[in-house]
Design a binder for this molecule. Structure first.
Ligand code: SF4
Length: 317
């Protein structure tokens, strides 16, 4: 197919959305052009809530596969499309169902709390799902003596353990973006910009979390820059969120925290960036690739996600 201008794709995408009663849900880590054509932009929790409560026939997910799977699990009658099936996640890949089953058996009697960044199979093996927005509250909602398995992110797991003091066994998985931030570079940036606040995602390693002024999920970081009165921030999460930060408060300065080994000076999720405007147009035109999940797995995965959503709703998250 011949490549067209981005204006052409954007106008065709808008036409197709209307014609097919489709909506585009985009994650904060998508490129700014995609965030701008989406019907809704958010983090994993907000996008799950949106997937479960809308009247569209088609959900096109501008994000990675586990997110589109979560949308399909919550809205099984809708057609859920993902423009590139290679848009995976290093964190979800670090936790395979066959190994996780063994891990659960090796740690019997524990409630399995899994991060939303997991495959549908892992969700089906879990008792309750969480996102980085609600992980602490989800664990705190369990009885104090309940023993817990937390998977798959070891940094978020450690953060939750330190915050709650609960008995938690943690799966040893990581995200290739959040694990890679350079502490030395962040400290250097802070010296160069002494008025800047360091804001950090809980998937980052402990030394990076320790030098931070604020730790929170992607949406919590956005909210922090919205309400805080400082003018400059060193942002240690995927660089895509800076688009929304700039849109909301263009007068402030946002410095992306650099990874240990990079010349570009910022941290991008290579999986997230596989989605392009052209792929969205092709996907919406052909209604393919489509997310298909085995019915048994889908039904089993629904329960722990709904449990998370009920608790989040009760807590007003
Ligand atoms: S940023 Fe990390 S956790 Fe998020 S999709 Fe990319 S690899 Fe997965």
């Amino acid at each position: 197919m011949k490549t067209q201008s981005s204006e052409y794709y954007i106008s065709e995408i808008n036409r197709l959305k209307e014609e097919k009663n489709a909506i585009i849900l985009a994650h904060y880590y998508q490129t700014s052009d995609i965030q701008d054509i989406a019907d809704f932009v958010g983090d994993s929790l907000a996008l799950s809530q949106k997937a479960a409560s809308n009247s569209a026939d088609i959900i096109l997910f501008a994000g990675v596969k586990f997110m589109a799977e979560t949308a399909k699990i919550l809205a099984p009658r809708k057609k859920v499309l993902l423009p590139d099936m290679n848009a995976g996640c290093s964190l979800a890949d670090s936790c395979k169902a066959v190994d996780f089953e063994k891990f659960i058996k090796a740690n019997p009697g524990r409630t399995v709390v899994s991060y939303v960044n997991t495959t549908a199979e892992i969700k089906a093996l879990s008792d309750i799902i969480c996102t980085s927005s609600n992980a602490v509250q989800i664990v705190e909602s369990l009885p104090p003596d309940e023993k817990i398995i937390f998977a798959p992110d070891r940094n978020l797991g450690n953060y939750v353990l330190n915050k709650t003091g609960r008995d938690i066994v943690i799966w040893n998985g990581t995200c290739h973006v959040h694990e890679e931030f350079s502490l030395e570079a962040i400290i250097r940036l802070k010296k160069e910009n002494p008025a800047a606040k360091i804001i950090v995602h809980p998937e980052c390693e402990l030394p990076v979390r320790m030098v931070s002024d604020f730790i929170g999920s992607t949406s919590a970081l956005l909210n922090f820059t919205r309400k805080d009165n400082r003018k400059c921030y060193i942002v240690a999460t995927e660089v895509g969120i800076i688009h929304q930060m700039k849109k909301e408060n263009p007068e402030k300065t946002y410095i992306p925290a650099p990874p240990r080994d990079s010349t570009c000076g910022c941290s991008e999720c290579s999986f997230m960036k596989l989605i392009t405007i052209e792929k969205i147009f092709n996907c919406l035109t052909k209604e393919n690739p489509e997310i298909i999940i085995d019915k048994n797995i889908l039904l089993k995965a629904q329960k722990p996600i709904r449990r998370m959503m009920e608790i989040s709703e009760k807590l007003g998250l």
